[in-house]
Design a protein around this ligand. Structure first.
Ligand SMILES: [Zn+2]
Ligand SMILES: [Zn+2]
Length: 349
């Protein structure tokens, strides 16, 4: 089968490797679609190292059909179409037992420690099958649309932690795919105003079409001053940082009302070390919160929101490449142009 392996940062190599052999309980998925994520790009460039075992087959946002099973007990899965929860958790640790499977310290992730979906086939180990990591999707859903269950699940997790209430003002810093999904969920939750800070004009257009109240260019406009003016000098109720730039943390602090929430949704560059106005957090009693991935239950909800069309994601898919063109796909994703880049089997081209 055809597989792309990342041998070292920046070195993506096409290989012809045997189709994985299955043990009892495993299933073999024929990849139907992979969508690329900012974290795939950061693994590719070598910026992201945590949890990555080299050489690595990247790709954790994917769908596929079960074409083979390791034992007769799984035979009912053959032919079915699934989105795959990429995190295989242990179910035994304190986090798992408390229902916070997104914080499992023993997690194994497709595209990090396990071969991901930049490949014609993916072996799904029996622990994943047994844990319920295969989320069935309707057969008529385009596979690249189904693959967006993963990013939506992470955004859904972060969204729930913000506790946005009807009529509130939400500031979103960074209007790429994650900022766009946060915009959609904030609007669904009844936010009165969603202000997005995003310099790219094409992305700004997409955000306005999605219903953002204002999209401001942070290179031309002082974000905190704009938010204060738009809220009668009260500040945003909730600010969500969707791009990992450490300098945005103070911008969020100065844009948020006393008692408000600042969600550090993105992973940060520079090893995550930055400067914070601690007194502004202290005296304004700000709740600064983090996020990691999503639980299995949240993934299931995200897949359902997509399958039922309750959160529109089709328009986010701006670029499609064949598996053979995986290098071009990753280059496009790294360029910051467009929104989501999909990789589809060669047979679709
Ligand atoms: Zn992702
Ligand atoms: Zn665990």
């Amino acid at each position: 089968m055809k597989q792309f392996i990342l041998e070292a940062p920046g070195r993506l190599v096409e290989r012809d490797v045997p189709i994985p052999e299955l043990a009892a309980g495993d299933v073999l998925l024929k990849t139907a679609a992979l969508t690329l994520c900012g974290s795939d790009v950061r693994i590719y460039t070598g910026e992201k190292t945590g949890g990555v075992e080299w050489p690595v087959v990247i790709g954790h946002e994917f769908t596929g059909h079960v074409v083979e099973v390791g034992g007769s007990e799984e035979s009912h899965l053959i032919g079915k179409f699934f989105s795959v929860v990429p995190w295989i958790v242990c179910r035994k640790c304190t986090a798992c037992l408390n229902g916070q499977t997104n914080l499992c310290p023993n997690v194994k992730i497709f595209g990090y420690q396990l071969p991901g979906a930049m490949s014609e086939f993916v072996r799904i180990p029996k622990e994943a099958v047994a844990n319920g990591n295969l989320i069935e999707l309707p057969e008529n859903l385009p596979p690249e649309v189904g693959a967006l269950s993963e990013p939506l699940s992470c955004v859904f997790h972060g969204h729930l932690r913000c506790n946005i209430k009807v009529g509130e003002t939400v500031l979103i810093l960074g209007g790429g795919p994650i900022g766009l999904l946060h915009t959609k969920l904030a609007l669904r939750a009844g936010a009165g105003q969603v202000i997005v800070s995003e310099p790219d004009p094409a992305r700004a257009t997409t955000l306005r079409q999605a219903g953002a109240s204002s999209v401001i260019n942070p290179l031309e406009t002082d974000v905190a001053a704009f938010v204060q003016e738009a809220t009668n000098n009260e500040g945003a109720d909730v600010s969500i940082i969707c791009i990992g730039r450490t300098e945005l943390a103070n911008e969020a602090i100065y844009s948020t009302r006393p008692g408000g929430v600042i969600n550090l949704f993105a992973g940060f560059g520079h090893a995550g070390i930055g400067e914070l106005d601690l007194n502004a957090i202290h005296y304004n009693q700000l709740d600064v919160i983090g996020n990691a991935d999503a639980t299995l239950g949240e993934f299931r909800t995200a897949a359902r929101l997509i399958a039922n069309g309750e959160v529109e994601v089709v328009s986010m898919l701006t670029h499609r490449y064949s598996l053979s063109d995986a290098q071009a796909a990753i280059d496009m994703a790294a360029s910051g142009k467009g929104i989501k880049v999909a990789v589809l089997p060669d047979s679709e081209f």
